[in-house]
Design a protein around this ligand. Structure first.
Ligand SMILES: [Zn+2]
Length: 302
């Protein structure tokens, strides 16, 4: 039955397999990364189900398979899994909250739990023929209780602003070849050639052909890389232009994205873009599935 105000047909009873997925034995301690772990009794949830507990022999902590993931401490597991379709469709926080019958604060926390975890997953570098372009996303402190920007009131009397932020937009590099896409925030304002080069180096395989659409700094950075720089039209150029338009239109629904969360939204957008608009539920379920895995070793959610 469609949820009022959202048009979502959220299932009231998600499959049991989604609520209690088979837990894999963790390969390492989520705290110290030590691989010497043993079973250590059980945790019992409020609904009576048991979860295997483990102990680390390196640091001594006990944990379960979901420790260190957004699923840890989630009590409303059914609603958590129902957010899959909303994630695939890119619903706003308030629409998602109405659909799931949770508060906007909970919907926000769940969303960011998922996309923060996805950002930690390793990304494959792009090879073959890669087109690069740049996008600008306006500076925003959306949702902040205190702001450093213009118009911010200061607690100290006689000082209207704590600090004046330049408010420069974030510069985002967008890359695409025939099959893969990538997006990364370089800097705010006008980044240097070295900064662009450093960002590109982590996203492009050595020996790839590059085609740049943008300012001279972008072209210079491409030339400095050990990649072949090409001119002219290619299928990847059309695809990166489509990626640019899609990102621009997709971000509009949020009426501004806080600059500090922009990287997370880019990861979310890349998942949606890759799948197209046909299978929002599948995209959302895949996002939840990846987010429920422990973060890669050495990565901490931030
Ligand atoms: Zn440990």
């Amino acid at each position: 039955m469609p949820c009022p105000g959202t048009g979502l047909a959220l299932s009231a009873d998600p499959p049991t397999s989604q609520l209690t997925p088979r837990e894999k034995r963790p390969s390492a301690c989520p705290e110290c990364g030590c691989g010497h772990i043993t079973k250590f009794g059980f945790y019992r949830w409020q609904d009576g189900t048991r979860r295997q507990r483990y102990q680390c022999h390196g640091c001594g902590i006990t944990f379960c398979a979901h420790t260190g993931t957004p699923l840890h401490y989630i009590k409303k597991r059914a609603e958590w899994h129902q957010q899959a379709e909303g994630l695939g469709l890119g619903l706003s926080v308030r629409k998602m909250a109405r659909a799931l019958k949770v508060t906007p604060a909970t919907a926000f926390r769940w969303r960011h739990g998922v996309i923060r975890q996805l950002r930690l997953r390793p990304r494959a570098a792009l090879g073959s023929s890669v087109a690069v372009t740049e996008a600008y996303v306006p500076y925003s402190e959306k949702g902040s209780r205190t702001t450093d920007g213009p118009g911010a009131r200061c607690r100290i009397p006689l000082r209207r602003y704590r600090r004046f932020i330049d408010g420069k937009p974030s510069r985002v590099l967008l890359l695409s070849n025939d099959r893969q896409q990538a997006a990364v925030v370089v800097d705010r304002g006008q980044p240097t050639v070295a900064a662009i080069q450093a960002s590109l180096a982590s996203l492009v395989k050595p020996g790839a052909e590059l085609r740049a659409l943008g300012h001279v700094q972008l072209t210079d950075a491409c030339r400095r890389l050990r990649a072949t720089f090409q001119h002219g039209w290619h299928q990847s150029v059309a695809r990166v232009q489509w990626l640019h338009r899609h990102l621009h239109n997709w971000l509009r629904r949020f009426h501004g994205v806080a600059t500090k969360y922009l990287e997370r939204y880019l990861v979310w957008h890349s998942r949606v873009f890759r799948a197209g608009a046909r299978r929002p539920v599948r995209v959302g379920r895949r996002m939840l599935e990846l987010a429920s895995l422990p973060a890669p070793a050495g990565q901490r959610a931030g």
